[in-house]
Design a binder for this molecule. Sequence first.
Ligand code: CA
Length: 232
Amino acid sequence: MAATVLVVEDEARLRDLIRSFLESEGFVVMTTGSGAEAISMAAKSPPDLVVLDLGLPDVPGLEVSKELRRNSDVPLLMVTAKVSAEDRIRGLELGADDYLTKPFSPRELVLRVRAILRRGRAAVAPPTTSSFGAGMLVVDEERRELYCNGELVPVSLTEWRILQVLTRAPGRVYSRYELVNAVRGHDWEGYERVIDSHVKNLRRKLGEASCSPRVIETVLGVGYRLALKRDR
Ligand code: CA
């Protein structure tokens, strides 16, 4: 059976474009330019997926998503007008399954819609982001992105892996040896010292991005640990 997509977008031209692309791909499409109407439409005949523009004239998109989430676990693809890391994170926290930044190609939107539907309900449930220290640090595993107070922190692959290990068990101390193993997949003699410089770089980047560099704590003679607690 064809999946039904509810498109919530107040720009009529864009709305029609999305509709025709989705319809030509075999989807059944409902559309509205109003957030309030979107909520009542979704309640009346639940769609299989919602494409939601965050910038709506009546009800803010984030409010709409919160309201939708209150009643169902319908997959959400959020559309944002500008790259606002904060909106994106709040959106993902509110349960958006993916997001697109305008301008985007309709073909890309169709691909995302298909991907979300393919992942299915079971896969929708586990969040791809985890947050620490009351939202100070947000780790998006799927996108391999790190945010400090809503600000994207550019990290190298090694830095990312170190952080991945530390955030796995906040508060637990990891020795340099353990970190080398986790990062390299094996023991690499001499690399333990290099961990220090990676941690130093990470701290500098965290500091530059409005996070305390002390997010990563040194435990003298042992190693490092994440000084933040996992949220929720
Ligand atoms: Ca808009």
